[in-house]
Design a protein around this ligand. Structure first.
Ligand SMILES: C[S@@+](CC[C@H](N)C(=O)[O-])C[C@H]1O[C@@H](n2cnc3c(N)ncnc32)[C@H](O)[C@@H]1O
Length: 365
């Protein structure tokens, strides 16, 4: 249930008053049931009787039933503690350290809007080969369309080769594809294929590498469904590329903290820590410095993330420019308001799509 993940901190704040021990010490199935019940009571406005009884009935053990019943009944009677005056991270259910980091960088008001955006339900859409004018248009791309949420699998109602993705991901994929036209591409961190979809339509061929077997399995399913041509999947560590020849383009869609896509990846916020950021930065640096060797002279390197953090974006660009003088930055194309200094810089609620960053470089020699 999306609400229990998105609103976890707010639900825990409400539940903790009625539990005699810390929530983390509870049996995991009891905690999950409490959060589901609390989400129904506080967020979804389910009638108390239905919320409590449905949650309790779903539990197998008698003791667990008793505890969950007692806590949820008290919550239903006494309600959620007042949120006015509560800190932003509690109001909008985000990690405290990340919220503080964003407040010091963006200010309180902008951070509040970002957290609110992250909790909103994302739309579903994609680039349509022959766009249907009955569907709502996207904000930036002519062929991007938004599909109404019906509760059914959206793929069931689509005919044609449509990859469902946020418009920001499509914008980045398109910008890379434009520079890849007719050439060979090595795609690093490729699964499940959101950018492959655009690259393979433009390139001579694409070698798509990802270290995750299960994610590459989804890449293969997407490839079969969407009839990708000229693309080959490889499961391998992108830090140790073992290709002999240079490619006309190396595209790195780097593993990152995902802070630009919390609306879609609502579980990702609970992974945030400074250590996680630092590890991501180290991995991105290694991927950049190792795979750039595989760009043929005159070829292009593109680095992208779905993070909002400077360490993963502009500072990585600076690091790369300082350490590889034979690469010069070139401009990526895209809607004017989303491109700054030739780099794609998309900020979630301001641009009304996911957060995304991309920069491109040409190798001189
Ligand atoms: C941002 S996601 C890629 C999204 C994908 N490009 C798309 O558009 O659908 C990052 C990917 O990096 C992969 N990854 C993480 N570490 C890696 C490594 N050392 N080498 C290659 N891929 C890696 C993850 O498995 C994950 O699929």
């Amino acid at each position: 249930m999306r609400e229990t993940t998105v609103w976890r901190a707010r639900l825990d704040r409400a539940l903790t008053r009625f539990c005699s021990k810390p929530l983390d010490d509870l049996d995991s199935s009891v905690l999950a049931a409490l959060r589901i019940g609390a989400a129904q009571l506080i967020i979804l406005g389910t009638p108390p009787h239905a919320a409590v009884s449905a949650t309790v009935d779903a539990l197998p053990r008698r003791r667990a039933k008793g505890l969950v019943n007692a806590v949820l009944r008290r919550l239903a009677n006494e309600g959620e503690p007042d949120l006015s005056g509560a800190p932003l991270h509690e109001v909008w259910s985000h990690p405290e350290a990340l919220t503080e980091r964003w407040v010091s960088r963006f200010g309180r008001e902008k951070t509040g809007k970002l957290l609110e955006w992250n909790n909103s339900v994302p739309n579903i859409g994609g680039c349509f080969p022959g766009p249907d004018d009955n569907l709502e248009k996207g904000k930036y791309l002519d062929d991007y369309r938004i599909i109404e949420r019906t509760g059914e699998n959206p793929l069931d109602s689509i005919t044609g080769n449509v990859y469902l993705q946020d418009e920001a991901a499509a914008i980045t994929g398109r910008a890379a594809a434009e520079l890849a036209a007719g050439g060979s591409v090595l795609e690093i961190a490729a699964a499940p294929g959101g950018k492959t979809h655009h690259l393979q339509a433009a390139a001579k061929y694409v070698v798509s590498v990802d270290s995750s077997f299960s994610r590459m399995h989804r890449w293969r399913e997407n490839s079969a469904r969407l009839r990708w041509r000229n693309s080959i999947p490889v499961v391998a560590d992108g830090k140790m590329p073992s290709f002999r020849n240079g490619f006309d383009m190396v595209f790195i869609d780097a593993p990152c903290t995902n802070t630009g896509v919390y609306r879609r990846r609502c579980d990702a916020r609970w992974k945030w820590s400074n250590e996680y950021l630092n590890n991501s930065v180290i991995l991105q640096r290694e991927l950049l410095l190792s795979t750039c060797k595989l760009v043929a002279p005159g070829g292009i390197l593109i680095y992208s993330t779905c993070s909002l953090e400077e360490e993963e974006n502009r500072l990585q660009v600076e690091m790369f420019e300082n350490s590889r003088k034979n690469f010069q930055r070139i401009s990526l194309s895209g809607p004017a308001e989303l491109v700054m200094d030739g780099m794609i810089c998309i900020f979630p609620f301001e641009h009304q799509v996911d957060g995304m960053f991309a920069a491109a470089f040409r190798r001189d020699h």
